[in-house]
Design a protein around this ligand. Sequence first.
Ligand code: GTP
Length: 325
Amino acid sequence: MTEMDTRIPVTIVTGYLGSGKTTFLNHLLKHTEEKTALIVNEFGDIGIDDQLIEQTKEEIIEINSGCICCNVRKDLIDTLSMLAISRDEKMIEFDRVIIETTGLADPAPVVQTFLMDKEVVEDYFIDVVCTLVDAKHISRHLDQQGEAINQIAFADVVLVNKVDLVTKDQLTDLRKRLERINPTASQHLCENSRISPGEVLGIYSFDLQEKLRGHPDFLNSHHHSHDDEISSLALREVKPLNLKKLNLWLSFLVQIQGEKLYRYKGVLNIEGKERRFVFQGVHMLFAGEEAGSWGDDERVSELVFIGKNLDKKSLTEQFQQCVTE
Ligand SMILES: Nc1nc2c(ncn2[C@@H]2O[C@H](COP(=O)(O)OP(=O)(O)OP(=O)(O)O)[C@@H](O)[C@H]2O)c(=O)[nH]1
């Protein structure tokens, strides 16, 4: 990128499951003047994030048919091309593209797309790769998942989030560990992903030469495959759910399976509640609250689990028991 570069800047937001990416985007979009086109990629058949991103002036495009770091890279390229053409034709207006990857994405192939695909390179450049870190849970993910390490290794900016859930000593140890993985990224501490947009937007910190020093084979073709033991289950139900039964089930579930439940989230139609009920969990921590109104949308509950060796049959049956008679 040069000072005269007229291409569209791209921010890649990555970070392991539940680290605070969507919370970060909501914060960022509220506090920036820039017009943004947002590309959201989710792991799983049902996209929940588009309902969790507060509607503002942004263009939001979902890619849910797979993970953009592997089987739907072509969809990403097509989406970028469609956006660039629509912008040229003045059909839509935006200053920047932000891509939220899935929590299981390896950022390397996504970054490669912006360096290797001829048409993409003509229209776009990477401003920054920003990685969210869940201060409470990241250590176990770093011990077990290569993606979690790569997400930190490829970051230009690391946002160490959820600092409210750890002690000062834990935070100091974590920061040292992150620095060993990536000594050049800037680190910021935050709670609820709150950070000034100026720390992450328009800083032009993506440096290919530096990435190549750390990962000399970075530009070689990169085949990424996910851990087969991690899968997702999407549940959908039009009949209302009983909140008491649901709470009992989920409390029980996280007690016995919290360790292998990386992420679960849903937008639910609860009996007796006028509004959408948004439910979110990461390992053993979960919470639910009433959120926006349904408006003209169908009142349908959608719940997604992402975890290791999920017993999909039991989960489906247990979910059905929460449906009202
Ligand atoms: N205690 C605490 N909770 C947080 C903080 N930041 C986010 N959360 C909660 O953590 C959960 C996950 O946050 P998200 O923003 O949805 O995380 P994500 O990275 O988009 O999750 P995936 O899309 O599943 O990868 C939500 O319930 C948030 O409210 C924080 O700083 N402290």
